[in-house]
Design a protein around this ligand. Structure first.
Ligand code: PLP
Length: 452
């Protein structure tokens, strides 16, 4: 027998993480009995909190009936039920669901579907995908290529697929150097018009798809685009026969106060990817919802064959998990709770911002809220990323009993540090008070260290 102290290949092999033994509602408990408020819902996935009995039972029941069938040969009823439910929630033109096990796979699938759609229609050169620098779409080589996580992209530069990037809007610190008020008054939207410039530069005949998060999550900390942004993006895609992929992996299923964040911007994409919230983190379930134009194209030009597939696409236990999670969202009016408590969290965090030396911005929608951390609020001077301020706030919060989602740097440190506050969507006001009080103390402790 091999003697190993620890066989797990940790995310950081130099660290030991607390061993979680169980969870209940918004709380996680480690083996020493320490309690943590899961103020980030894990990686913004555990939208319904922990140990939900209905979801656990549904997983057990399905595994007891049939645990796996290969969707190259068979399907299950639960898969059809889940797809129908998702389509009912989705924007009106999106009518077919393709399942994967994770968000990266979902985006990878969307990119391939868009490229196949154009290729089989006879536009073989229409292959480049345009993404944005401030974005994250996953860690497989295709999804990494369209995303903007510079640190993760760098070691694979030679292996990335041919993609192009523009900047995503960030009115707090506009990459196009516009004053927010002036931009809104003049309806300038340089950020959206840059997409048209990029397409002209590349030639529309070479561009297959554009991929965007509706509200940028981990790379920017819940940044909401300005009014009119997505209408202009939709218009540009339509004018150039380009597939618009909206990545709702983080934002989908109520996280931002509507079923899908894109609803808030008045457009419908051609493909919408989802993950995380669909199973509320109980199982690795994700996928894409596709509109009739693309589905009809695949039927007509590709004999119905999407040249793709995963062993676990449409896995029955995952499907049963998703179906049960969607039922819990509905039965417990989770979306309504998110809308209701969101205002309260924003009020609390605005107060914290006023009292803090380092919080310069509080933004987001629903319960996807970003807090920008800077060295000097008046002059908007950023922290040196080496100072790891967001990580330090989170470490301090974890000591005090709450875990948040820190992020840093953006493109080569061009943007500041941030922390995402994204508790389970069924959190109560009393629990919010406890979460905010821990965050307040954590910020205070780090400020003391920074300005001593
Ligand atoms: N897209 C977005 C917007 C995400 O936030 C993530 C993960 O954080 C992904 C895609 C990748 O999803 P996964 O980690 O499930 O592959």
């Amino acid at each position: 027998m091999k003697q190993l102290e620890d066989a797990v290949f940790h995310r950081d092999l130099t660290k030991n993480y607390p061993i979680i033994t169980h969870g209940k509602g918004i709380y996680l408990y480690d083996e020493c009995g320490k309690e943590y408020i899961d103020a980030s819902s894990g990686a913004v996935a555990a939208n319904l909190g922990h140990s939900n009995k209905k979801i656990a039972q549904a997983m057990f029941d399905q595994a007891s009936k049939v645990g796996f069938v290969h969707t190259m040969r068979f399907e299950t009823e639960v898969l059809h039920q889940l797809a129908t439910k998702i389509v009912q929630l989705a924007p009106s033109t999106l009518n077919k669901v393709y399942f994967t096990s994770g968000g990266s796979e979902a985006n990878e699938s969307a990119i391939k579907l868009a490229r196949q759609y154009h290729r089989d229609k006879g536009n073989k050169d229409k292959q480049i995908v345009i993404g944005r620098w401030q974005s994250y779409h996953g860690n497989t080589l295709g999804s990494l290529s369209v995303g903007g996580d510079v640190k993760r992209r760098k070691p694979y530069t030679a292996n990335l697929i041919k993609t192009e990037h523009i900047y995503s809007p960030y009115c707090h610190q506009c990459p196009y150097e516009y004053e927010e008020e002036a931009c809104i008054r003049q309806n300038n939207l340089a950020c959206a018009n840059d997409l048209a410039r990029k397409i002209t530069e590349l030639g529309a005949e070479n561009v297959s798809a554009v991929i965007m998060e509706p509200i940028v999550g981990s790379q920017q900390g819940a940044v909401v685009p300005p009014k009119g942004y997505f209408k202009r993006v939709r218009e540009i895609c339509d004018q150039n026969d380009i597939v618009l992929i909206i990545d709702e992996v983080m934002t989908g299923f109520g996280r931002t106060g509507t079923n899908f964040a894109i609803e808030q911007f008045g457009i419908e994409p051609d493909i919408m990817t989802f993950g995380k919230g669909i199973s509320a983190g109980y199982a690795p379930l994700a996928g894409m919802i596709v509109n009739d134009k693309i589905v009809d194209g695949i039927i007509k030009n590709s004999a119905g064959q999407f040249v793709h597939g995963f062993t676990y696409s449409g896995h029955p236990v995952l499907a049963a998990t998703g179906l049960a999670a969607l039922e819990v969202y509905e039965e417990e009016s989770v979306l309504e709770n998110c809308q209701h408590v969101s205002k309260y969290v924003f009020e609390c965090l605005e107060q914290l911002k006023e009292a803090s030396k380092i919080i310069s911005d509080v933004r987001g929608r629903g319960l996807l809220i970003g807090i920008e951390l800077v060295k000097d609020k008046e002059k908007n001077i950023l922290f040196d990323p080496k100072e790891q301020v967001a990580n330090r706030v989170n470490t301090s919060a974890m000591d005090l009993g709450a875990v948040f989602y820190p992020g840093s740097g953006g493109i080569d440190g061009l943007y500041g540090e941030h922390l995402i506050v994204s508790p389970p969507l069924n959190i109560t006001k009393k629990e919010i008070d406890k979460m905010v009080s821990i965050l307040t103390e954590a910020i205070h402790l780090v400020e003391e260290e920074l300005f001593k």
